[in-house]
Design a binder for this molecule. Sequence first.
Ligand SMILES: Nc1nc2c(ncn2[C@@H]2O[C@H](COP(=O)(O)OP(=O)(O)OP(=O)(O)O)[C@@H](O)[C@H]2O)c(=O)[nH]1
Length: 375
Amino acid sequence: MMLHPIKLFPASGDADHMRYKVVFLNNVFTFFGIVSFSMGIIRWRVHPLIGIVDIVFGLIAFALLWALRRNKQRVELISGIALWLCFLQFLTVYFLATGNSTRSGLLLLILAGAFYLKGRQMGYQMLAILLLLVVGNHLTHLFPSEYGHLDILSLCLYLLGQFFIIRNYECLRESQTNHLKALNTDLEALVKQRTEQLAAANTALQVEKENLKTLSSTDFLTGLSNRQHFETVFAEHTHTVGRKISDALILIDIDRFKSINDTHGHVIGDQVIKTVAECIKKNTRLSDIAVRWGGDEMMIYAPRITLAQAAKLAEKIRQQVHARSLPDIGQISISCGVAMLRMGDSLTQLLHRADQALYEAKQAGRNQVAISAAE
Ligand SMILES: Nc1nc2c(ncn2[C@@H]2O[C@H](COP(=O)(O)OP(=O)(O)OP(=O)(O)O)[C@@H](O)[C@H]2O)c(=O)[nH]1
């Protein structure tokens, strides 16, 4: 349950972080001002000096109340002034008044106020000053006082008793605060640990996602893009491509691959496919897409390229493949068919022209590049 300070007078600006002190001082000034002022008027006839002192301090209390209402942020300064004025009034009343020991209760108020408003150090100092003054004056009789030995003893005991209660309460509060702080530190560490774990898990997930994405778009054997990925990219690309398209498709097929497989087995056949794929990868730009279309058929889709450049690229790859000598097999060769993308072309139409060119290359004796007759 949340505890709230008791308000004698409603204090505005309660959102202030020092509102407890402000409310406390508001109450003290109001209560003290009324009491002191009234007591001053009552005492006026019996003891004019004390009456004047009471009235003056009552007025000062109202002045402080007014100052506090205008300057809440200066609560520390105002509370300091109030404390010392209170102390001053105690001195005047204590040393000048006669015939009444009840006002010594003011001592207890000053001590509690010092602890509450100014903290432990000020509380200790005030306790020492008050004890010294009371006991010192009683021993030296510097100022006239009607307090007897027992009065002084009980006063000192009240002061000490109050001090122990405040001190113990402070210790209790401190241990509770420390306990809360320790809990908070544990909680912060736990939150930090969990956040780090979550961040690590998130990064791992991202990496896994990227890996899966790459895997789903890559041909396992060659590392080239797979057919499905190319079909998607081609559809997106032709959707956004402008009027000035100049893209080429180079269709590549390994010559007499069936007989390589039949003679040397599928494992060696796979090696041949990988070798051709490496040559293709080595000669493609970042903007090109190298694809394993299926079986021993691969292709390069090269955007922003002329027909002559595409044919030259195909020829270069053909020469490089032919220049390689594979263990057990020796030389291998490829045939290439080149076609250019036309406005409104579907992939099937483009492929059909490239395939026709490839067929021409095969018919003409293989190990060569042919350009589509439609170009
Ligand atoms: N090793 C291996 N062989 C494959 C793979 N996929 C398809 N093949 C084989 O590749 C051969 C394809 O041969 P074709 O392209 O039809 O004919 P070819 O012998 O290359 O004759 P030309 O193309 O006319 O020169 C078939 O024997 C398929 O079994 C694969 O992933 N690995």
